[in-house]
Every structure is written in C-alpha cells, then in structure tokens.
Write a protein that binds this ligand. Structure first.
Ligand code: RFL
Ligand code: PHB
Length: 386
C-alpha cells in the first residue's frame, strides 16, 4: 500500500489527524495495535477546551458533542473543607465543555471514511530519516508494508514511534510523582453542577462527571496501589472523608462501572520531528491529569500538524513542517507548567512535610483572595491561545 501519510495509533490524536487530512484530500491510513472496542473501552479525559470543541466542528464531528456535552462556566477549588468557586466566564469570558474522550473517539471513528487497520501487531517504522519511509505490521499471520512520505507518531506514551528514534537524537524531561489517581465511574448524578478539585490532608480528590446521570470521581493513592485493594465501599468512604461535609452528604454513591489507577507523570520529548517522522499527543508528552490538559494538548498538536501537512502537500512548502516542533513545544511547556502547578497545590507530598503544607495553604489563600491569581488559573484551565 502507498499513502501520503501513515498514522500510528487510533487514539484521539491519530483519529483527529486522520480526519483533518481526509477532509483536505490527503491520503492517510491509520495503523492501530488494539481493536476498536478496546480503544473505546478506555475511560480517560472528560474536559474539552474551546479550541478542542472548535476542532471537532472543523472535523464535522461536533453534532453529538453540542447536543450532549455540558458547558461549564467554572470549577470549585477546595482546601481542607474550605470552598471557592473560580468563575471562568466572569474572569476570562470563556468556558469548557464536559464531554468524554470515549465519546470524542466514538464520533471520530464514526465519521471516518478512510481506512483504519485495527489489531495490527509488531508495527515498525523504517527509513524515516530519508525521503522514502515505510511502516510494517503483522495481521492475520501475514506481514504488510505501507510506503509513505510522512509518518505521524500518534501512538501514546507507550507506543513504538518515539522508541524508534535513536536515543542520541532525543532529549527527554520527566517527573514521576509519588502517587496515582484511583478513578471510579458510576451511573449516579454528579454531586454538583461543576467539577470540584479538593486538597485534603488525606490526599487529593476530584468530583467530575460525564453527563447529568453519570459521575467520575478520583482520589489520590500511593503510586503502587492495586485496584483490587479498593472495594466500592472503601472508595466512597475515603472520597467522603476528603470533601467538605455538605458535599460528602449530598453525594449519591452506586456500584462502580469502571475502576482503575493512573500513574501521574510529567514528560516531554524534544524535538518532535526526526526526518519524516512527527510525534503528536501522548507520544510526545504527558501531563498529570490535574489540569485536564492531556487530550487538549493532543488536539492542538494535531491541528498544527494537519495544517503543516496540508501546506506541504498542497503548496509544496516545507516551512510549516520545519516550524512544527518549536511551534507546538511552546504551548506544550505552558501546559506542563500549569498541570505541574495544579498538581503541586492540590496533592499531599509525603516528602515536603508541615512546611510544604503551609505553603500549599498560603497558595490557596492567595488564590481565593486575588482576582489576578484566579484569572491566571482560569485562562490556563480554559486553554491558552494557540
Ligand atoms: P492515546 O489515547 O494513548 O492513544 C494512542 C493509541 O496508539 C495505540 N498504540 C499503538 N498503535 C500501533 N502500534 C503500536 N506500537 C502502538 N502503541 C500504542 C494505542 O492502542 C492507542 O489507541 O494517545 P493520544 O491519541 O495522543 O491521546 C492522548 C489522551 O488519551 C490523553 O492525553 C488524555 O486521556 C489525558 N487525560 C486528560 N486529558 C484532558 O485533556 N482532560 C482530562 O480531563 C484528562 N483526564 C487523562 C485524564 C488521562 C487519564 N489517564 C488514564 C492517564 C484522566 C486520566 C485518568
Ligand atoms: C475526568 O472527568 O476524567 C477528569 C476531569 C478533570 C480532570 C481530570 C480528569 O482534571
């Protein structure tokens, strides 16, 4: 098979890039290791910035999102039971959309006309430092080859694309946090209209949602925690203990329909281009989920990459492809900073002791007392300009 672009990975990055290229008449194929059902079964992000909402519209995939997504004008920040609302609309005149990554993925899968090859094993990238790169994979016992002009590595943090780059060509920056998030999904109405981010001396807690009838809750747990150690009852008791009493009392609990632990990590690889291979989304960077930035960064990466590829294939101009890495890294590092800051404010860090907690309290008090500080949080949360 010969195409213009071979995309590795059918997560939100790969599917969105594929769709934008398809609409521009650029021939692209997606190669994905897992089945479509497996990809749809992963429960991840829940919050879309306006830029991601606009991109879904550009992809002509936004109809169900506008019908079913929930527009949120603010969030609640809590600290040891004290509560404060950050009003995005009043502070920065913008808002976010609560619409699950699963639904984004489902909508992009449904609208795609071109080929996605699922359950492709042993995907390998070849000769991307020259002008004739190719991709190989195994499926149904046979080995297949895709010749292309460009490879887009959209295969997430554990994918093959970044690992295919010689180590000496790559600089990586990483912080692994000494904790993870235990998440539970339940078919009960959310405890509040807006998301609640809460610091507590027992650890961080987040009350999120997927719809008016489905809630998503998270608690901070040690990094090596096993899901099996947490019955539903234990989870609800621990969550209640970390929320303001009136919130804990109002919360409706029910059986979990999904429960998993995610490790928290900050990570950036530089640069994002090696010859004819370009990295985008989680393949290039990871943020801890506290700022709700991972999916949104993935969307802004692929928007920039799609525009650069369109310029390259339609106008024969390499300028935008040459600029891609530096262009998106600037936004990536700002999102890294914000996610690190939200994580530092809201979690308990065993190593910082009582001094560290007093600093966190001072940070919270500064935030709640300063419009400038709230504005800074708000403009980062709703998404900085492209
Ligand atoms: P993905 O979603 O990991 O998709 C990569 C795809 O590549 C496939 N793949 C391969 N295919 C072929 N060959 C190989 N060798 C391959 N290796 C892997 C994989 O099977 C997969 O289908 O990366 P992508 O597309 O870049 O998307 C990134 C987002 O998934 C991620 O940033 C977000 O989920 C992060 N995130 C959040 N982001 C937000 O913007 N807002 C949020 O509220 C938010 N909450 C979260 C999150 C992530 C979480 N976890 C579990 C890490 C909450 C959680 C708990
Ligand atoms: C989620 O709903 O999964 C979610 C929401 C906000 C975050 C992280 C995760 O910051």
């Amino acid at each position: 098979m010969r195409v213009q672009v071979a995309i590795i990975g059918a997560g939100p990055s790969g599917l969105m890039l594929g769709r934008l290229l398809e609409l521009a008449g650029i021939d692209a194929v997606i190669v994905e290791r897992k089945s479509a059902d497996y990809v749809l079964g992963r429960i991840r992000a829940g919050v879309l910035e306006q830029g991601s909402v606009d991109l879904m519209d550009r992809a002509l995939a936004g109809a169900r999102m506008h019908a079913e997504g929930l527009v949120h004008h603010g969030i609640e920040m809590g600290f040891d039971g004290d509560r404060h609302r950050i009003d995005f609309s009043a502070l920065v005149g913008s808002q976010v959309m609560v619409y699950g990554q699963t639904e984004v993925t489902r909508d992009l899968m449904a609208i795609r006309q071109s080929r996605t090859i699922y359950e492709a094993e042993d995907v390998e990238l070849h000769d991307f430092d020259g002008q004739q790169p190719w991709v190989s994979y195994r499926k149904d016992g046979a080995t297949h080859r895709i010749d292309c002009a460009v490879i887009a590595g959209c295969d997430g943090f554990h994918g093959v694309s970044r690992r295919s780059v010689p180590e000496r060509s790559l600089t990586t920056f990483e912080r692994v946090y000494p904790f993870g998030w235990l998440g539970v999904l339940t078919d009960r109405p959310p405890v509040a209209d807006e998301l609640i981010y809460a610091h507590h001396e027992r650890g961080f807690a987040l009350c999120s949602q997927r719809s008016r009838t489905r809630s998503r809750y998270y608690i901070q747990v040690p990094a090596d925690e096993q899901v099996g150690a947490w019955s539903d009852d234990r989870f609800w008791d621990e969550l209640r203990a970390r929320l303001a009493p009136e919130t804990a009392e109002a919360m409706q609990t029910g059986p979990s329909i999904e429960k998993s632990v995610a490790q928290l990590r900050s990570f950036v690889a530089e640069p994002l281009r090696f010859g004819q291979l370009f990295l985008a989304g989680d393949a290039a960077h990871i943020v801890p989920p506290t700022g709700a930035k991972g999916l949104n960064l993935a969307m802004s990466d692929v928007a920039a990459l799609a525009d650069a590829l369109i310029e390259h294939f339609s106008e024969g101009s390499p300028a935008a492809l040459d600029a891609y890495s530096n262009h998106v890294l600037s936004r990536i590092w700002k999102a890294e900073r914000f996610s690190w800051w939200m994580t530092s404010l809201l979690h308990t860090f065993p190593e910082t002791g009582p001094f560290g907690r007093r600093i966190q309290r001072a940070e919270f008090d500064y935030l709640t007392g300063s419009r400038a500080a709230q504005q800074s949080l708000a403009e980062n949360y709703v998404g900085l300009p492209a």
